[in-house]
Design a protein around this ligand. Sequence first.
Ligand code: CTP
Length: 404
Amino acid sequence: MTDLSILRGKHIVLGITGGIAAYKSAMLTRLFVKAGAEVQVIMTPNAREFITPVTLSTLSGRPVITEFFSANTGEWHSHVDLGLWADAMIIAPATASTIAKMANGVADNMLVTSYLSTRGKVFVAPAMDLDMMVHPTTKRNIALLQSYGAEIIEATEGELASHLVGKGRMAEPAVIADAIASYFAHGCDLAGKKVLITAGPTYEKIDPVRFIGNYSTGKMGFAIANAAAARGADVVLVAGPVGNLSLDSRVRRIDVESACEMLASAESEFASADYTILSAAVADYRPAEVAEHKIKREKDKIPTLELIKNPDIAATLGTRKHDGQRLIGFALETDNETANAADKIHRKNLDMIVLNSLRDPGAGFGTDTNKITLMYADGRTADTYPLKSKADVADDIIDKMLTL
Ligand code: CTP
């Protein structure tokens, strides 16, 4: 979590739309104000059905704006001035309807007009029912907003207002405030840089129905890809077979299955990459031959699988690395952690390695948290971090990567 005090003195426009999660926006306002930010709330007419402007004007210390003109005085509320005033705008909750209007410039209320006038960073925290969330229309509109530079603060899974259970709950106020604080802490410090990432396991085919694989889920690599995209990088993610993980739509994703395919894709992207982060758990060996047909069970006979070596992607790229390129590897170890990781830095010509110990609870495959030690080729002292969310670990890795 980023220290929220970075929000002190920042001008934040908080747009609230008509969703049940609007009550959480009161807590969000409180977090911003407590951190020392100045908050201007804009509500859509529907939002006022869910939470009263009095609550929000009291918490923010400023009158809430809904209409283009003040009903009492006829005073014009200038969306242009608001757009210039805002260091950041956050729409939370953002309904499907407001997301659609924002993506298409339908400026029929004060919130969308202000969005179109905002020069600062825009954040969107969607909240809606699960079927609306996965509808191609919503997905397209969210991707459009991302392509225009907005950062989407993903909805989470849980029970929704409809009592259906699925993805659509607005992110918690603390998560939203953290994303905004993180933006002010890092800015777009990877703008203009290309970051290549490998993630997930590889599957090495035995026959049409079987493979050799491992327990890697790709969560760490995807978190790094999302963090790098949020920090302005041009990100290419070469992903092995992983489940459904959320990915920033600005990331270019190449899906592969085997180590050989992963190497081919990584090699073709590597020459133009400024930073390459190899988080994939690549199988070291593959079957010498792939059976064309399913291998059948035979009575009294146990088949033997002959294995051959897979290419080492990290080591291959390490030999091609030119001045100015930085190569970062991972080491997941169970014993002699530091010595093994130091050996990998040397063998693979890495600049930095992210060491995970499977002896640390909460670290490694499948978890949403990780505990890392960063070790460097230039001989500086290693950095050891406490257990954190993979999103926060991703930012720590990028922070140190930028010092290489
Ligand atoms: N790696 C790779 N290609 C491989 C094997 C590993 O690119 N064929 C990369 C991983 O993505 C990771 C680093 O090398 O960044 C270390 O991976 P690891 O499996 O720990 O290293 P190995 O060299 O396979 O060593 P060992 O299995 O003996 O620990």
